[in-house]
Design a protein around this ligand. Structure first.
Ligand code: G3I
Length: 457
């Protein structure tokens, strides 16, 4: 079990009450009340303070001592990525990730899952796929990994770094992008179906201030919210150095995303530098998060400078011997200066998009199945296409071969799991324009079906 949310929130409410009772918004800075660790201090405003963790460092007692003392959330640095969790197609390996998960659970820490779909750190077999085969493999990966950790992950980075850096606001070219522009929403829908309790995040870098790239992410989130694509949070990696300093509009940028109705999280914070300049920058970032009520937590990308992917830039809060740096003190002071409190029960994105006052009428439809079959299991992606009239609802029936069973479906409501199985539209994909189409999918054991019939409703 990850750290229960209620105690964190209760603590936040208690702290807020203390502020009101004292009649001062700076009551939390008093030495008597100030928390002395990063996690406890973040918890006082209902937030978490986490770090990236590498499984192979869990035997280092200095590392683990700091981890357990200071942090109340973890993100596996590499262990939940596609190459680590599915080294061969449909052979899943959770051994390194599970070591981090077990450690976090024993310490009541929240777990951020990172990352289900990304153009980097793909296993070789996935790098060699394209088109429908890659799309289905990606959906199978998202579904299987999210289902494995169902109920244990606070937030998943469902899709990581899908936008281009070129200033054109375009999607990054990648094998995943070449499977079709809807790959991101397909990944989010599959993740929601597999673990409905996890917050689902889009995560990226160079989106920390307002710029062409963050504007493009903003437009995507706005579009997802309007169409009922499940998205709950946006992660801002926040890797800073002299070439990429903390932007002056950092807080305003977090706030504009929060205003779309998603949580925002600082997911991979590190700031190259040293001394008071570095300390001041950490303080600014922390204060920006605390000023935005839907900024629910901060994760630094490693514990000691020597643990960093950018070790030579000494970008973290502890030096290579594990001593607290000035950046640590500034971070703790900023956390202890108090701030807004996240909503006690942040709404997840609606399953029903705003209703559209159209009269789509009814008409005939067809269903075509793309099947990714392997020995013992399958993922089926079904395209529902409207004829010359629009659809206001649809259902698809298919008969599974003997011995086969549906174990999971997304973007549809299924009835039955063997023999003849029926899939009906869900609220956001029942309306299909004349000549248009929509997709849903399902996963199962045994041999998948190759055809299906569609009826309009
Ligand atoms: O584990 C192998 C080891 O066996 C081998 O000897 C060694 C030789 O190069 O490589 C080791 O794997 C490295 C792995 O980190 C573990 O240390 C990989 O080469 C290396 O590429 C990998 O780098 C990771 C990087 O993502 C990959 O893109 C970093 O640790 C990790 O901090 C970094 O994290 C990313 C986030 O996921 C996404 N945002 C950016 C961030 C920083 O790049």
């Amino acid at each position: 079990m990850h750290k229960p949310r209620t105690p964190l929130r209760a603590l936040g409410v208690a702290a807020a009450a203390a502020v009101v009772a004292a009649g001062s918004v700076v009551a939390l800075t008093s030495t008597a009340e100030a928390a002395t660790t990063l996690g406890a201090s973040a918890a006082a405003t209902g937030r978490y303070f986490g770090t990236a963790v590498a499984a192979n460092k869990l035997s280092d007692s200095t590392y683990v001592g700091i981890l357990d003392r200071e942090f109340n959330a973890v993100t596996p640095e590499n262990e939940m990525k596609w190459d680590a969790t599915e080294p061969n197609q449909n052979q899943f390996n959770y051994s390194s990730a599970d070591r981090i998960v077990s450690h976090a659970q024993a310490q009541n820490m929240r777990i951020r899952g990172h990352a289900l779909a990304w153009h980097q750190q793909q296993p070789g077999w996935a790098q060699n796929l394209s088109g429908t085969a890659l799309r289905n493999a990606m959906l199978n990966h998202v579904t299987t990994v999210a289902a494995h950790y169902k109920g244990q992950i606070y937030a998943w980075d469902v899709v990581n770094e899908a936008f281009d850096d070129g200033g054109n606001g375009a999607r990054r070219d990648s094998n995943l992008q070449r499977t079709g522009n809807d790959w991101i929403e397909a990944a989010f829908r599959a993740a929601r179906a597999a673990d409905p309790g996890a917050k689902l995040c889009y995560n990226d870098y160079n989106t920390d201030g307002q710029n062409a790239k963050s504007n493009a992410v903003y437009a995507m989130v706005q579009d997802f919210k309007s169409r009922g694509v499940p998205i709950d949070c946006v992660g801002f990696q926040s890797h800073f150095n002299a070439q990429s300093p903390v932007p002056s509009d950092y807080q305003a940028n977090l706030q504009r995303f929060a205003n779309l109705g998603v949580d925002v999280q600082i997911t991979e914070l590190d700031i190259e530098g040293s001394g008071q300049t570095q300390a001041d920058n950490f303080g600014r970032v922390v204060k920006a998060c605390l000023a935005v009520s839907r900024c629910t937590g901060i994760t630094v990308w490693g514990i000691r400078d020597s643990d960093s992917w950018r070790a030579s830039g000494t970008p973290l809060l502890f030096d290579s011997s594990g001593n607290k740096k000035a950046a640590y003190t500034s971070t703790l002071n900023a956390l202890n200066s108090g701030g807004t409190t996240p909503p006690s029960d942040p709404p997840t994105s609606p399953s029903t998009p705003p209703s559209t006052p159209t009269d789509p009428g009814t008409g005939a439809c067809t269903a075509t199945i793309s099947l990714n079959q392997w020995n013992g299991g399958f993922v089926a992606t079904v395209r529902v296409s409207a004829g010359s009239s629009a659809l206001s609802g649809w259902s698809v029936s298919t008969t599974l071969p003997s011995g086969a069973a549906v174990t999971n479906s997304w973007s549809s409501q299924s009835s039955g799991s063997s023999g003849t199985v029926r899939f009906a539209n869900v609220s956001y994909n029942g309306s299909v324009a004349a000549g248009g189409s929509t997709e849903f999918g399902f996963q199962g054991t045994g041999t998948g079906p190759s055809s299906a019939t569609c009826s309009a409703s």
